[in-house]
Design a protein. Sequence first.
Length: 348
Amino acid sequence: MNTRYTPPPPPARPDVCQPTGSADLAMLDVYMPMMKSAAILSAGKLGLFEALANGPLDIATLADALQSSTRGIRDLADFLVAIGYLHREGERFANAPGTQRWFTSAGQVDYTPGLHWTLEAWPMMGDLTAAVRRGGPETTLWQAMEAKPQLGTAFSAYMDAFAGDLGPDLLAHVPVSPEHRRLLDLGGSHGMHSIRFCQRYPQLQALIVDLPSALSETDTTIARHGLSERIHVSPGELLVHDWHGQHDVVFYLSVAHNHTADENGLAIQQIYDALNPGGLLVIHEYLADTPGNAFMAAFRLTLLYETGTQTYRYAQYRDWLETAGFGDIKRLDLDPLEKGSLILARKA
Ligand SMILES: C[S@@+](CC[C@H](N)C(=O)[O-])C[C@H]1O[C@@H](n2cnc3c(N)ncnc32)[C@H](O)[C@@H]1O
């Protein structure tokens, strides 16, 4: 039986950018999101949410557990209450339900690695002005990861957490059949998508191709799941890499936005050539078809300074797929849309 703490139902999270009076106050829109992000990231780094996963604690106990000052933890906790991430129970502080669900090991998906990654990515944002002037980054994320390997490890851990969220959608919507035996996971990073599919479909074997920076923990993760006989890792640049023969299912999950249009056209043609008849290509992406959507616009801006690449419209994917020879092309928008879309296509 799970005896971990279950928080009471939440009050709605306040919009902290709104002034309390009737007059507008422009700088709140800048200062408050900055402080909100900084406080949540610090709480993640300190392990504050996880420390409260089993139930409320008072400030002295919490400060002791986090090896921090009581003054610092009190100020941080007070602000986290103000933004709806914690709430008070008398003298004790507790996780709000959303915090417990998304930022602790007791929740549905623990996005704490996303907090660690965002702390690493934060200084790169300082280059946004220059990236806007230049029209791209000075060095790409992948080059930065070569120089600073912990960046690659932190990014893969974040993608691993996101894969925990996306995993059930993929399992529900990707029709693997008994004849499908070989899975190729391009840009497969942490390996969790291959692991989940190999767990669900005992006839599958998988090959993960990714840059070395993304694969530092992958073999260990595969071994921890007891799948070292069935899942192998092959480090390299996916466009020039040997994919070891023919496959039945190919994953191209959150990889297209890291490549130029020409590179994607070439990759999709190579995938078609590497598929057996009846084989399936699965693309997960953030489509550029919703220009008014704030998340999609933020993501495009992130790509500008991180990789210099972009998101593409569904019509562009159809064009690449049809040119390569694919048929039976289907699109499925996930809920919420910020989770992206799946595109499935089949080789006849
Ligand atoms: C956004 S992550 C997605 C990871 C994983 N597919 C998932 O959906 O969770 C993109 C991945 O593509 C990999 N990648 C980017 N450019 C690549 C290239 N040229 N060759 C191989 N992998 C690449 C990155 O290292 C990273 O692991």
